[in-house]
Unconditional design. Structure first.
Length: 196
C-alpha cells in the first residue's frame, strides 16, 4: 500500500505540474523529541482553473511506517484589500485498517506589493481525519526582510511555538520549537521545501 501511495503521488504531481496555472512543492520535515528524530516527506500540487476561481489540489505524506494520498477541489478569491484566500477539501486513502481519510485547508496571503517579499504575511491551517486519527498543521509567518520570516507554528505530534523561516527563490528552510501537545513534552520541527 505504501508503494502504491508513493507511485500515485508521483503521477498526481506530474499531472498537476504540467502548466503555468499550477503550483507544486516537495517538503522534507523532521520531528524532534527527547529520544528520536522522525523524518517525513510531503508533496502538494494545485491546479488553478483558467478564468475561474475553482481548482483542484492533491496532497501526499509518507513516513517510514505510514502514508496517505488525497485530492479534491479548491476555491480561491482575491479580496478588495489584495489578500488572497484559498479554501480546499479532499478525500483519499491512508495506510490503516480503515483506509478512508479526509482533509480541509485554508490558505491566506498578502503582500505589500508585487515586487517585494518584505512585509508579506501568510496564514495556513489544515486538518485531517481518518482511520488512524486526526492530524493538523497551522502557521502564520510575517516576512521581516525579503528572505527572513518570523511567526508561530503548530503541528500534530511536533510542537506549538515560534517559527523562523528563510526563503530564497524556490527554496525555503524553516525551524520551529516549543511544546508537543500530544506527547506533553518539548518538541521541535524543521522543514526543507522546494517550490516549483
Amino acid at each position: 500500500m505504501k508503494k502504491t501511495i508513493i507511485a500515485a503521488s508521483l503521477v498526481l504531481t506530474s499531472l498537476l505540474s504540467y502548466s503555468q496555472t499550477n503550483t507544486f512543492f516537495v517538503e522534507e520535515q523532521n520531528y524532534y523529541n527527547k529520544s528520536s528524530v522522525t523524518p517525513l516527506a510531503q508533496i502538494q500540487g494545485t491546479h488553478y482553473g483558467k478564468d475561474t476561481k475553482f481548482g483542484f489540489w492533491g496532497f501526499a505524506m509518507v513516513t517510514e511506517t505510514w502514508g496517505e494520498l488525497y485530492a479534491g477541489p479548491n476555491y480561491t478569491v482575491t479580496l478588495s484589500s489584495g489578500r488572497i484566500v484559498e479554501l480546499g477539501i479532499a478525500g483519499g486513502i491512508e495506510i490503516d485498517d480503515d483506509p478512508i481519510r479526509g482533509s480541509a485547508y485554508i490558505y491566506s496571503e498578502k503582500s505589500p506589493d508585487s515586487t517585494s517579499a518584505k512585509g508579506k504575511n501568510v496564514f495556513y491551517l489544515t486538518g485531517e481525519y481518518g482511520g488512524s486519527g486526526y492530524w493538523y498543521q497551522g502557521y502564520f509567518v510575517y516576512n521581516v526582510t525579503r528572505t527572513v520570516g518570523l511567526g508561530v507554528h503548530a503541528q500534530y505530534a511536533g510542537d506549538i511555538g515560534p517559527r523562523l523561516q528563510w526563503t530564497k527563490g524556490h527554496l525555503q528552510i524553516w525551524l520551529s520549537g516549543g511544546y508537543n501537545l500530544e506527547e506533553k513534552e518539548p518538541g521541535g520541527l524543521s522543514g526543507l521545501r522546494i517550490t516549483f
